[in-house]
Design a protein around this ligand. Structure first.
Ligand SMILES: NC(=O)N[C@@H](O)C(=O)O
Ligand code: NI
Length: 166
């Protein structure tokens, strides 16, 4: 029997246990550059743990996924945070579970970004690899680079869990 997961709209409050939502709503904002620009300040915290680690900015070009999405892998980064910011205004799916031991399927929560919201996963938060919906999409990534393994994988058997809507 496959457990079916329905994605909920991404909100800062619901996502708070897992990280920050990168969006313009409800932020500390102020004008800069003689009033020509509005800065949404200090929205999320990037973390890079360990000697010789640093925060890096990357891009990724993601092929579209279709629903239902069979969930066969969750991962986490014990040495740093990881942010995905969509660049092509398309929705994307976010699956997360709390820090700690490998998540039970029931502990996994699904959210969908409206395409103008990014996410910053806190260090060591379980998540699914980035899933673009509604077409191929580029994302800005802000995460840790440095020595040591920074990706713990947790495979799930096929047929256990799927996301059915967004
Ligand atoms: N490794 C990488 O760049 N991406 C994954 O960690 C992911 O969360 O998609
Ligand atoms: Ni990741």
């Amino acid at each position: 029997m496959t457990l079916q997961l329905r994605a909920q709209p991404l909100t800062a409050a619901a996502f708070a246990p897992f990280g920050e939502v990168i969006e313009t709503e409800r932020q500390h904002q102020f004008y800069i550059n003689d009033g020509k620009a509005l800065r949404y300040h200090d929205i999320a915290r990037a973390e890079a743990l360990g000697d010789d680690a640093r925060v890096a900015i990357s891009l990724v070009d993601v092929e579209p996924y279709t629903l239902p999405l069979a969930v066969t892998l969750m991962e986490k980064h014990p040495r740093g945070s990881q942010a995905f910011i969509p660049l092509d205004d398309k929705p994307f799916l976010i699956l997360v579970a709390p820090r700690g031991p490998a998540p039970a399927p029931e502990a996994i929560q699904a959210f969908v970004s409206n395409g103008r919201q990014g996410v910053n996963y806190h260090t060591d938060t379980w998540h699914h690899p980035v899933v673009s919906l509604g077409g191929r999409q580029r994302f800005l990534i802000v995460d840790r680079v440095g020595p040591g393994d920074n990706c713990d994988l947790h495979p799930l058997p096929p047929g256990l869990l799927e996301v059915v809507n967004h």
